[in-house]
Structures are given as structure tokens and as C-alpha cells.
Write a protein that binds this ligand. Structure first.
Ligand code: MN
Length: 394
């Protein structure tokens, strides 16, 4: 049961609702007052677990917009409707009904009610415990999700107090996915949580998975990945994924950071200037890839030499040389993006060798590839492992 104050609530809780019309504790915050009688057109109502309104009617109907938690809506003589975030209920005029929280969850909705000469609401008898518990048995018909202790613990580490709406709508999938990704896969290898989350976050950009990116970005902040590190992941993706695909991710990152009170821009991380970017980029390229770089320049036809120079000055000089990550982490991030992109086997092999050269051994690389599996799928994972075995044979 989650009775902790909701840090992400859209509106403050407001005043305690009158015990005359509610069973349990509810809070009402009037957002748009209607007249001086105390009735209101728009209000935010927070129900603690088990709390519900009395039976009542609205002479001009009502709309409920569910913004958080889990609750119920029932019209007299009809089955209970289970409500979760995003649900909208349109209540017709003069229809007897009640709404409130589920037994095991708080519940928040915005109510939109029109006032009339007969007022906005006609209050009736309380919803008895028998009436309320009958909707519990009805809603508990929804399958319970059986998660292992490790899966719950690992999920909780990334998403403290988060109740997934998919647990309600897709319990079978969540049971399979969470037990796999958050127990079976995480227990392989020994990547620390921060590294694992950073690699997954980088892969979601390359996969163009904006919604999953948002979820992982809040997980990243929850496990102590810094705003600078998050920005560096996004910037690093520009030369590998391309600005067309990264554009939306930059804006979403800014929205989430600013919503957490972080001022933008962050402090400067660049270490090169227009005068030094080529030289410093080339130097770093050689540090990671060794003699291969000289060979690439030598073997490049004259009319394509500009691409080699771009790689040195732009990809490496502008991006790779930035502060915020050591070179081992940057190389792992690049590899994670290449794996998620797909169709990049020559680059995957190059960066597997690059990773080895900067000190990331096969064990670490196998761990990263394994941790990405639930997010990028089997084909890309198997392709990456094929590349890994070609560069570092068993
Ligand atoms: Mn109502």
C-alpha cells in the first residue's frame, strides 16, 4: 500500500473533504470556483486507499479525469469499472453513482461539474462496506502478477513506488517481462546499476524508443546518473545516430531535467577548440584504435579523405574528447548505440576492438550485450555476439 506523499502530484492535496459525503479520507483542491455557494466547476480530488464518495447524482452530469493511482466508478445496478491514470468517465445527468480509491491504492481524479439551480450534486447514502468489498472481489478477478523477490527489488531500485498501469492491463506480459529483464537478465554478469542503466538509455535513443527513453531517464536520475552524464549520452548519440533521430530526445531530456529544477544549459564539457579539434580528435582515435587509423587514412581514396577528416575532427574531436565520461565508458556507450541501431556490424567490430584496447574485456562486453537484450531483442543481440566472437574468439 502506497500512502507516501506523492512527490509527482500535479496539484496540492487541498482541504480534507467533508465526512458527511465521504467514507475514509479524501482531499479536495478547488481549481476553478463556480460561485459563492462553495460549489466548483473543476476540482482535484485525492482519495486515500479504501476511501470513496457517498452515492450521489449530478443534475447536470460530471466528467472524471483520472490522473493517478487506481480506483473505481460504479453506477447503481451496474458492474464496477476499474479506473487507472488516463481514464475518463462521462457521468450522465441524474444517474446515481459513486467513485473512489481501490482498496490497495490511492486515487486522484479531476472532476468537472456544471452547477444548476438544484446545485451541482445531490448527496445520498454512504457506500456500505458490503457494497464496496463486492467491487473488490470483482476487480480482483484481474490476474495477480507473480514477480520474484529479485525482480521486485531490482524494479524498485529503478522506479521507487511506481505502480505500472501495464500491471493492470497486461499482467501476463509484465509477469514474463519483469521476471526476465529484472531478475534473470540482471543476475547475469556484474555490471553495476549505473553502467547498466546508462547503456540501456543510450540504446533507447538508437532504437528510437522515446517513451521507453523517458522511463529510463527517470530511472537514471533515480540511481544517481548525473544531468551532465545524461546530456553526454544524448550528445554522443548525435554523430552515431544522426540529429534527425536525436532531435526529439534532446527536447524531452530538457523538459524532464527542467521539471526537476535543473537549470540549462549545464556547465561546458568541451575540451577542444576549432583550432585543436582535428589534432586532439585524431590523437584520441589513435589511442583507441591504434594503427588502424593510419591505415584508414592511407587506404582512403583522395575524393573520400574528407570523411576521414570529419571522423577525426567532428566525431572524435568535437564529441569523444568531451568531459563527463572516461574513455572506457564512452566506448561502451558507443557500442550500445551501434548494437541497438542494427545494420552496423563493421562498426560494431571496430568498436569491440576499441573497447578491448581501452580495457573493456570480453566479459564486460558480454555483460553489456546481455543487459541490452530485453530492450533491443534477440536478432541484434545475436548479431552483436557474432561480432564479438569474430574479434575475440572463444
Ligand atoms: Mn460524481
Amino acid at each position: 500500500m502506497n500512502t507516501i506523499e506523492n512527490q509527482n502530484a500535479i496539484f496540492p492535496k487541498g482541504e480534507k473533504a467533508s465526512a458527511d459525503y465521504f467514507t475514509g479520507t479524501a482531499w479536495v483542491n478547488i481549481l476553478v470556483p463556480q460561485d459563492e455557494t462553495g460549489s466548483y466547476a473543476i476540482g482535484n480530488v485525492v482519495f486515500e486507499p479504501g476511501c470513496r464518495t457517498n452515492w450521489h447524482k449530478h443534475p447536470a452530469g460530471q466528467i472524471l479525469l483520472v490522473t493517478d493511482g487506481k480506483g473505481y466508478y460504479q453506477e447503481r445496478g451496474k458492474p464496477t469499472r476499474l479506473l487507472i491514470k488516463g481514464d475518463v468517465v462521462v457521468i450522465p445527468s441524474h444517474v446515481e453513482h459513486w467513485h473512489g480509491a481501490a482498496h490497495d491504492s490511492s486515487f486522484t481524479h479531476i472532476v468537472v461539474t456544471n452547477n444548476t439551480k438544484q446545485g451541482a450534486v445531490e448527496w445520498l447514502a454512504p457506500v456500505t462496506d458490503e457494497e464496496y468489498s463486492s467491487c473488490q472481489s470483482e476487480s480482483s478477478k484481474t490476474k495477480k502478477v507473480n514477480l520474484t523477490e529479485a525482480a521486485i527489488r531490482n524494479h524498485e531500485e529503478l522506479f521507487p513506488n511506481h505502480k505500472s498501469t501495464l500491471q493492470i492491463t497486461d499482467p501476463e506480459l509484465i509477469e514474463v517481462f519483469d521476471n526476465f529483464a529484472f531478475d534473470e537478465v540482471i543476475s547475469y554478469g556484474d555490471l553495476d546499476t549505473r553502467t547498466r542503466v546508462m547503456m540501456i538509455l543510450a540504446s533507447t535513443i538508437a532504437s528510437q524508443a522515446l517513451s521507453e527513453y523517458k522511463v529510463m531517464l527517470s530511472a537514471a536520475l533515480n540511481v544517481g546518473i548525473t544531468p551532465v552524464e545524461i546530456k553526454e549520452i544524448v550528445y554522443q548519440s548525435v554523430p552515431y545516430v544522426g540529429i534527425a533521430k536525436v532531435f526529439d530526445f534532446i527536447h524531452v531530456t530538457n523538459e524532464i531535467l527542467q521539471s526537476r529544477g535543473i537549470k540549462l544549459p549545464l556547465e561546458r564539457q568541451s575540451t577542444t577548440t576549432p583550432e585543436t579539434r582535428f589534432e586532439k580528435g585524431l590523437e584520441l582515435q589513435k589511442e583507441i584504435f591504434g594503427e588502424m587509423i593510419d591505415r584508414m587514412y592511407k587506404e582512403s581514396p583522395e575524393n573520400q579523405l574528407h570523411i576521414q577528416k570529419y571522423l577525426s575532427a567532428n566525431c572524435f574531436g568535437d564529441y569523444y574528447t568531451r568531459n563527463g565520461f572516461d574513455i572506457k565508458t564512452r566506448e561502451l556507450l558507443t557500442l550500445s548505440m551501434l548494437i541497438a541501431l542494427g545494420g552496423t556490424e563493421p562498426q560494431i567490430k571496430g568498436h569491440i576492438q576499441g573497447n578491448v584496447n581501452v580495457g573493456n574485456d570480453k566479459k564486460i562486453l558480454l555483460s553489456v550485450i546481455t543487459q541490452l537484450l530485453p530492450y533491443v531483442g534477440y536478432p541484434r543481440t545475436l548479431n552483436a555476439i557474432k561480432c564479438l566472437n569474430e574479434v575475440i574468439p572463444e
